[in-house]
Structures are given as structure tokens and as C-alpha cells.
Design a protein around this ligand. Structure first.
Ligand SMILES: Nc1ncnc2c1ncn2[C@@H]1O[C@H](COP(=O)(O)OP(=O)(O)O)[C@@H](O)[C@H]1O
Ligand SMILES: [Mg+2]
Length: 385
């Protein structure tokens, strides 16, 4: 049997939960009172890497500073006798969104709206404290069962960015400009380019996550390879999620997600609270009494045909500008379960240095410009003397 990585601490490992590239997450018992907790600790092989030790400590400090019902709670932190930094979290029951989708398929529009609302509340709290999550994706959003209802909890601030305007200590080894920090498939254009990220970067990822949930795919999943995918992220206008979704998507939700996915952060929602405000209006529409906002309703067969055989004319995408406002009709999506595709298991978080081509290009342009200027000045001097 593997030795207990928590031996010598106030905790005892019960069973492993997950292992990522840098750390592992285990279910543990608090010796003092036998309570079940979840511990995240740095892999032993990285215990001597000051950068990764620092990252793990920053993650613990961020979570300790963020007390919010939609963010996982941290109870303690420390270092094992082997030198592995760890922190202790409340044990969440349920599963993360990636596992949920693997098991149950996509969520219905109404569920998605409620999920996004809670997720934005968590983000709002983090942003207020000057913390950018930077790695929102299904496996980092936990659907916690609590008293018979589901509470969304943001987890994994492992590559969270601490902005200057906060009392949370900044990492001793901040990531450099020109580095893609995040998960490429969920990265906003500025993140793909290794530029400065801010609250709006998280709002892009939140929009993309919800897009996946209702469309069953990402807006650029048709790209032939990763290079094409990243180019599409920078330049291709996404189709609205209703284009792919077999269920009717409220036009307002379509528009909200398209705004979240704007390439230029200036065209997105500027804050989580602004986005949540608009979302509340969508929520109100969905809750409205029968007939209030419905223009059309679709029968199951019609939807099925649309989903299985989407019209090929991409210039005139089949918008489904319909609201299902009848709670009884909301059962419709279940019938279409088999036509949906699943989000693949969440891709990996990466920190990669981007090619410095842009810098070389600007250097070459500057050099050329100075040579031309010098030649012109020389020519002027020669011709006037
Ligand atoms: N407090 C918790 N309670 C229950 N499960 C958790 C908890 N924290 C994390 N997990 C599970 O462990 C997985 C990995 O945790 P995460 O913090 O995302 O680590 P990594 O940095 O390796 O991605 C999560 O996707 C989730 O399923
Ligand atoms: Mg994670």
C-alpha cells in the first residue's frame, strides 16, 4: 500500500480523489475530530521547486481570503514532513461539472442559467478581492449537493492571478508576459496571446463554459488542429449557441453569451455583476408565466429534425428564437437526450511560453525604420552641403 502522504500532519489520507500535473487531491480525515475533509497537496517530485511550492501556497492564501458560498472553503494549510505544501478544504459532495456532463449529458437551458448565475456570484466575489481565476472550465466548477439542492462552488485557483490592488500576497514568482497561462481550449483571446488578463478574461471563460453546456460543443471545435483552433479563437466569429443546440435557446441568452465571447475585452461585459444583471433578466423570462414571452413552441419531432439535420446554408443559420416558458414543456429536452454530444473530459491546464516572434518582428521593423531615417538624414546632409 502507498504510504500516507499526510503522515506526520493533523490529517490522515482516506482515499485518493484526483491527480493533476502538479498536485494531488485526496479525501482525508481530520484526526482531532474525525471530520472528513479534502486535501490538495503538491506532488512529492515538486517539493523542491520553489516556483511550484509558491504557487500552492498562493492558491491556499487566495482561497483563505475568499469566503463566499460559491467558492470552496479552505480550513487549514501547512507543509508535510516531506516538504510538500498542502491545504485543507471543506469536503464537497457531488461531482465537478466535467464528471456531471460525462455521466448525464448536457444541462437544460434553465439549469444552465441558474448555474451561470451562481458561478458569476463566485467570480464577482473573487474579482472584488483582486483575484482572477484564469482557469475556468468544467472540471474546476463543482456542483455541490447541499441540503437537497445544488450549489455551484468554484475550485482550483491553482493559477489564479492576484492583481495589485489587493491585500492578498502576490506570488513570489509571477508568470511573465508572453506566457499562456490557462487551458488553451477555454482561453480568451488575450490569454492565448499571453497578454494581460483581467476580470473580463474570466467572463469569457464563463461564457464559453456555458456555451459548451448548451451547445454540446465549443464554437471552434470544427478546427482541424490545435493551431487552427487557436487562430479561430483569435479571429473567427463564433456562431450563436442556438445554432448547435437541439433545444430552443432564448434569444436573450444567445446574445448574452455572444457578448461574453467578444474578442475584444472592451466589447464584453465589464464586470461579473454587469453580466449577472443581464442574466437575471433571462432568468425572469424563463420563469415568466406561460405565454408571456413565447413566440413559437416546437414539437419534439421538429426539434429532432433540426438537431439531426441542421441546414447546410451557413449564411442563414437556423436561429431557434423560441422561448419555452411552459414548465411542462421544459420536459422536452429530455426526449432529445440522445441527439446531444458530450463535452470531452476537461483538457489540461498549461503554462507555456509563447513564441517570441512578435517581439522579433517589432525589433526588425524598428531597426529598418532607424536605418531608413539615418539614410534619409545622410541624404539630406549630402544634398544640402
Ligand atoms: N473540496 C473538494 N471536495 C470534493 N472534491 C474536490 C474538492 N476539491 C477538488 N475536488 C475534486 O478534485 C479535482 C481536482 O481538484 P483541482 O483543485 O481542480 O486540482 P487540479 O489543480 O489538479 O486540477 C476536481 O476537479 C474535483 O473533482
Ligand atoms: Mg482543476
Amino acid at each position: 500500500m502507498k504510504p500516507d502522504p499526510l503522515a506526520g500532519t493533523n490529517y490522515k489520507m482516506l482515499s485518493p480523489i484526483d491527480q493533476g500535473g502538479m498536485g494531488e487531491v485526496v479525501l482525508a480525515e481530520r484526526l482531532e475530530d474525525g471530520a472528513e475533509v479534502v486535501v490538495k497537496l503538491l506532488l512529492l517530485k515538486y517539493a523542491n521547486d520553489p516556483r511550484l511550492v509558491d504557487r500552492m501556497e498562493v492558491e491556499a492564501q487566495i482561497l483563505e481570503a475568499l469566503k463566499h458560498p460559491n467558492i470552496v472553503e479552505v480550513l487549514d494549510h501547512g507543509v508535510t514532513p516531506e516538504g510538500r505544501p498542502f491545504f485543507v478544504m471543506e469536503r464537497l459532495h457531488g461531482r465537478d461539472l466535467a464528471d456531471h456532463v460525462d455521466a448525464h449529458g448536457n444541462l437544460g437551458v434553465y439549469e444552465v442559467v441558474r448555474l451561470l448565475s451562481q458561478l458569476l456570484a463566485g467570480l464577482e466575489a473573487a474579482h472584488e478581492r483582486g483575484v482572477i481565476h484564469r482557469d475556468l472550465k468544467p472540471s474546476n466548477v463543482f456542483l455541490a449537493e447541499s441540503f437537497g439542492s445544488i450549489k455551484v462552488k468554484l475550485i482550483d485557483f491553482g493559477i489564479g492571478k492576484v492583481l495589485g490592488n489587493t491585500d492578498i500576497p502576490a506570488p513570489a514568482y509571477p508568470t511573465e508576459a508572453g506566457t499562456l497561462v490557462g487551458t488553451p481550449q477555454y482561453a480568451a483571446p488575450e490569454q492565448v496571446k499571453g497578454r494581460t488578463v483581467d476580470a473580463r478574461t474570466d467572463l469569457y471563460a464563463a461564457g464559453l463554459l456555458v456555451y459548451h453546456l448548451i451547445a454540446g460543443r465549443g464554437p471552434f471545435d470544427h478546427s482541424a488542429n490545435m493551431g487552427a483552433f487557436m487562430r479561430a479563437q483569435l479571429t473567427e466569429e463564433p456562431k450563436p449557441p442556438s445554432f448547435y443546440c437541439p433545444d430552443p435557446v432564448p434569444l436573450e441568452l444567445d446574445e448574452l453569451l455572444m457578448r461574453a465571447l467578444a474578442k475584444d475585452p472592451a466589447d464584453r461585459f465589464q464586470s461579473a455583476s454587469e453580466m449577472r444583471h443581464d442574466l437575471q433578466q433571462v432568468e425572469a423570462l424563463l420563469r415568466a408565466p406561460v405565454g408571456y414571452a413565447a413566440t413559437t413552441t416546437w414539437d419534439a419531432q421538429e426539434l429532432r429534425t433540426l438537431a439531426l439535420d441542421p441546414p447546410s446554408d451557413s449564411l442563414a443559420p437556423p436561429r431557434v428564437p423560441t422561448l419555452i416558458v411552459d414548465p411542462k414543456k421544459a420536459a422536452l429536452p429530455e426526449e432529445l437526450g440522445e441527439t446531444r454530444t458530450l463535452i470531452p473530459r476537461a483538457p489540461k491546464t498549461l503554462i507555456i511560453e509563447l513564441p517570441k516572434r512578435r517581439t522579433y518582428t517589432s525589433f526588425a521593423i524598428a531597426l529598418l525604420a532607424s536605418v531608413v531615417t539615418m539614410l534619409m538624414v545622410g541624404w539630406l546632409i549630402v544634398s544640402y552641403s
